[in-house]
Design a binder for this molecule. Structure first.
Ligand SMILES: *Cc1c(COP(=O)(O)O)cnc(C)c1O
Ligand SMILES: [Zn+2]
Length: 420
């Protein structure tokens, strides 16, 4: 049983059956899955969801999949209160939605991949692939194994070692491509056409993007069926931010949460901030950039759904900011020292931007705030290597240890805000 009506163009409203197509045949706009919300009312309830599995498949009624084929342990990552950040920033209520521990490859991408690969198998594809900045490749490769399909992952040539090995371990064919993500993405569009594969974020994009709603569903359910007033999310291709918001709106529509007019905020790296630049200009034309930042996982200079991020920011009354590479590293360390979470540069970007927005007064300190942490720091050792001086070596002698303790007494300090 599914509530899917079909695909509908986000621009002109043209409808087609739910097939592996992504571009509107009339206006070249993107197709999005359309559901029968009336039929869901009274059937999709807090109770029906809570009775589901402890994974993202508890929201299956709101996803475009008949039979889940992978991702049975993905999702339902912690939503954690951040008391030390609250104290440091003078805020009443900060939550961290922590996908750095999502299973099995430690990023938010398990959500989009679980849905798109399940759909690919349903459509009868025997080969999947992706154009990736690293995390998507990791997740696609792992889920392809459990779904029993062949896998090709295409990445820019200069990704972090953790992202490369983090895919290879699952045995896909990996191709490193000279150029940035936007070049890789363009090639993958041609590959999808020529080889007839399911490229999860290209020709299966309408299904892929729906998986990101589960990030928003979980925040709402885990908050006790409430929405945070302010949600700060990173923006790369522009999938996750509008889909968290869509998740919130669907729960409102179904009467599962109260409409508190949640506001959305976009975080980008200063070295790749086409959407934030558009927000600051007040123009919905997203001008492509050439990325230059340590935040490689979100370095997309020509985001497919940047326009929709812009619209959600504007409609919800939110905003966007960017963070320099130095601010990103500081924020990665701050999150580690305050809340015991090790995130990658995407998460550092999001926290650095959240701090800016709070300090600017755009996000009031007495309202509820949710910071979206989307990836794990263990994959990006390079980014903090120089910021964390390697410990000295001593002989196994108590007096040498004592000397360290003496010196610590002089230097030990509480975490502080580099940006204050
Ligand atoms: C892919 C990714 C994002 C967000 O990308 P969107 O394309 O905007 O959904 C955020 N953080 C990490 C770590 C990612 O890998
Ligand atoms: Zn159209």
């Amino acid at each position: 049983m599914t509530y899917v009506k079909g695909l509908k163009c986000k621009e002109c409203g043209h409808r087609v059956p739910a097939t592996p197509v992504h571009v509107c045949e009339q206006c070249f706009g993107p197709y999005e899955v359309e559901y029968d919300y009336e039929a869901m009312k009274g059937k999709v309830t807090r109770e029906s969801i809570a009775a589901g599995p402890h994974s993202l498949w508890r929201y299956k009624d709101l996803l475009p999949v008949d039979v889940p084929r992978t991702g049975f342990n993905s999702g339902m990552t912690p939503l954690r209160r951040a008391p030390n950040l609250e104290k440091l920033l003078g805020c009443r209520e900060i939550w961290i939605k922590d996908d750095s521990c999502n299973y099995p490859t430690y990023s938010y991408k398990e959500r989009v991949v679980s849905v798109s690969i399940s759909k690919a198998v349903e459509f009868g594809f025997d080969t999947v692939g992706c154009a990736s900045t690293g995390n998507l490749a990791n997740s696609t490769a792992a889920h392809a194994v459990t779904a029993g399909v062949k896998c090709f992952v295409m990445i820019p040539h200069d990704l972090e070692q953790g992202k490369v090995l983090g895919s290879l371990i699952f045995g896909p064919t990996m191709v490193r491509i000279k150029g940035n993500y936007d070049d890789v993405n363009r090639l993958c569009t041609e590959i999808a056409d020529k080889y007839g594969w399911a490229i999860v974020n290209v020709n299966l994009r309408p299904y892929y993007t729906e998986g990101a709603k589960t990030f928003g569903f979980e925040i709402a359910e885990q908050l006790g069926w409430k929405l945070p007033q302010h949600t700060i999310s990173p923006t790369a291709g522009g999938t996750i931010l509008p889909k968290i918001y869509k998740g919130y709106q669907e729960f409102i529509e179904l009467g599962l949460v109260e409409d508190n007019k949640p506001k959305m905020y976009s975080a980008q790296a200063a070295g790749c901030n086409p959407v934030v630049t558009a927000i600051h200009k007040g123009s919905d034309i997203i001008e492509p950039q050439k990325p230059n930042t340590i935040a490689k996982s979100i370095a997309i200079g020509n985001p497919a759904d940047g326009y929709y991020v812009y619209n959600v920011i504007k409609d919800s009354g939110g905003w966007g900011e960017s963070a320099t590479d130095a601010e990103i590293v500081d924020a990665i360390r701050l999150l580690g020292k305050t809340e015991g979470i090790w995130t990658e540069p995407a998460g550092g970007t999001t926290l650095a931007v959240a701090i800016k927005l709070i300090q600017q007064g755009r996000i009031p300190k007495d309202e509820s705030i949710c910071i979206c942490i989307t990836g794990n720091g263990l994959k990006t050792l390079e980014t903090v290597q120089d910021a964390l001086p390697y410990p000295e070596v001593i002989n196994a002698k108590l007096n040498e240890f004592d000397a360290i303790i003496d010196r610590l007494g002089e230097t030990k300090s509480e975490p502080e805000l580099a940006t204050v």
